[in-house]
Design a protein around this ligand. Structure first.
Ligand code: 8X3
Length: 255
């Protein structure tokens, strides 16, 4: 059981094996939560949970049976759920898009968030002060060429977050979305560009300081540590060099 106590509140972070999820698990542990690290890669989350004095649960958020087992491990009370697991597959334009890529993106970003939220909602309500943070994206609020299935899926996450807030009004649960812009992590771009490191690196080329996973984790920790009556609906976070999706400052190297 992960059940938090009055002294040590419990948090579940999905996609905790790397990037923003891993950084969020660390930030919440530093903020005093007992953290349940959830991901498919057992070795990584077990090492992280050991370091954070937390718990590791191997789970694919798209697998309802696995999510049911996660809920069993979590137990009767949970204070924080960070639905972070997500991914982008491909940058094809709509005309060339592979429906299987779109299905996979909807599955992990939207259905995964739905599965985990449904399964853990009773424990969040039972805590008397639950917080759900859904990891959205600026891609959930704007369209861009080649964004296709990812922008559509993240729009789905944004709308699901709003819907849930409406449906749960009056219950002791807060619902937030964090929408990051350009974040430099090891894996997100690599997965999106199907292992092509040159294309992945080109996204960040010349950008003085993209956000780091820690920057986003810091925002999540801040949201979850506001007083109970304060609901941060949505927090959009970009690097200073990115004024808008298409407006990125890059330093040109003439050398
Ligand atoms: C990722 C941000 O700009 O690649 O969530 O869509 S972006």
């Amino acid at each position: 059981m992960v059940n938090g106590s009055r002294d040590r509140r419990a948090a579940v972070v999905t996609g905790a094996s790397s990037g923003i999820g891993e950084a969020t698990a660390r930030a919440l542990a530093a903020a005093g939560f007992v953290v349940c690290c959830v991901a498919r890669r057992t070795e990584r989350i077990e090492a992280l949970a050991e370091e954070l004095d937390g718990v590791a649960v191997t789970c694919d958020v798209t697998d309802t049976e696995g999510v049911r087992r996660l809920a069993e491990r979590v137990g009767e009370r949970l204070h924080v759920l960070v639905n972070n697991a997500g991914a982008a597959f491909g940058i094809e334009q709509v005309a060339d898009a592979d429906p299987d890529d779109w299905r996979a993106m909807f599955d992990v970003n939207v259905i995964g968030t739905l599965n985990v939220t449904k399964a853990l909602l009773p424990a969040l309500i039972a805590s008397g002060d639950g917080v759900i943070v859904n990891m959205g994206s600026t891609a959930g609020h704007i369209a861009y060429e080649g964004g296709g299935g990812y922008t559509a899926a993240k729009h789905g996450v944004a709308v699901m977050t709003e819907t849930l807030r409406l449906e749960l009004v009056g219950q002791p649960v807060r619902i937030s979305e964090v929408a990051p812009g350009m974040v430099k992590t090891e894996e997100f771009g690599l997965v999106r560009y199907r292992g092509d490191t040159d294309k992945r690196d080109a996204i960040y080329r010349g950008v003085p300081d993209p956000l780091t996973a820690d920057d986003v984790a810091d925002a999540v920790a801040w949201i979850t540590t506001r007083p109970s009556h304060v609901n941060i609906d949505r927090l959009v976070i970009r690097p200073r060099a990115q004024a808008a999706q298409h407006k990125v400052h890059r330093v040109v190297d003439d050398g």
